[in-house]
Design a protein around this ligand. Structure first.
Ligand SMILES: [Fe+2]
Ligand SMILES: [Fe+2]
Length: 272
């Protein structure tokens, strides 16, 4: 049995800021406390993007401190990917402390656990709300899944292959999701873990379980309104791989029930 904790859409800003009207650092602290209360044998913590609100240096330095204070004590490696709100150069320099990696190349890595291979993909397209992996990264992903040594694969990326069911904005998702599904279909994939939508969402993609986790920062309701309704509240997922099969529990911590303002128009690029 391998237990992964899935956090997404942390949207951390500079000290004192309230992205979307929320103290997102306090939200992360609340989530970390909830994870600790579960007393799980956590093997890895994956962060599926929108690590910061604006991709600036101060936010990544603050995130580094928050991760070290709140998540590292859980005792498992913390494995991030980038979202549309992130900036690759700033992330590499101010969160990872790396100067030598080429920021024009996708930040994609592999982390092997004894019984699971985690493949972390980079769907960030600078300046765009939608995502793309591109043919080179898809080919790399294909190679990594093929060489997992019999381990089931878990793929982590920010942009989901499916939109919210009702509040469309279908063009905000992964543009080459169909190609990802084709690659996934050829391999042993226990789960695809994503973020971006801020609402827990499950679908089958390429024959595999595809899960959007509830956001750490704030939630979006799954309704059919004319605006993206944001609510106070936080969440995370617990993804357990048992005998090659992923079992995912979305865990939502309700806020005060207050709708957050300003609301984002449906077609705004602000909603995820
Ligand atoms: Fe996003
Ligand atoms: Fe987000």
């Amino acid at each position: 049995m391998t237990v992964l904790v899935h956090l997404t859409d942390l949207h951390i800003g500079p000290a004192g800021s309230r992205p979307s009207g929320v103290d997102t650092a306090a939200s992360l602290a609340r989530v970390a406390a909830a994870i600790a209360r579960l007393e799980l044998p956590v093997a890895a913590i994956v962060l599926s993007g929108d690590l910061t609100e604006s991709g600036d240096a101060e936010s990544y330095r603050r995130l580094r401190g928050l991760v070290d204070e709140l998540l590292v004590p859980i005792g498992a490696p913390v494995l991030p990917v980038l979202g549309n709100h992130d900036d690759r150069t700033s992330f590499l320099r101010h969160f990872l402390g790396l100067e030598s990696l080429d920021p024009d190349l996708p930040f994609c890595t592999v982390h092997d656990l004894p019984h699971v291979r985690i493949i972390l993909c980079d769907s960030n397209v600078p300046g765009r709300i939608w995502g793309r992996l591109g043919p080179r990264q898809l080919s790399w992903l294909d190679e990594q899944m093929a060489s997992s040594g019999g381990r089931p694969n878990v793929v982590v990326l920010h942009h989901p292959c499916v939109p919210r069911a009702f509040l469309g904005v279908d063009d905000h998702i992964l543009r080459d999701g169909d190609l990802l599904a084709e690659v996934v279909r050829e391999h042993d994939v226990a789960a695809i873990l994503c973020g971006h939508s801020h609402v827990s969402t499950s679908a089958v993609v390429g024959g595999a379980l595809h899960v959007v986790g509830p956001a750490t920062s704030y939630l979006v309701d799954p309704g059919q309104g004319t605006v993206a309704r944001r609510y106070e509240g936080s969440g995370f997922g617990v993804c357990t791989i048992r005998e090659g099969r992923a079992i995912v529990h979305p865990h939502v911590l309700p806020g005060g029930g207050d709708e957050l303002v300003p609301q984002a128009p449906v077609l705004s690029s602000l909603i995820a």
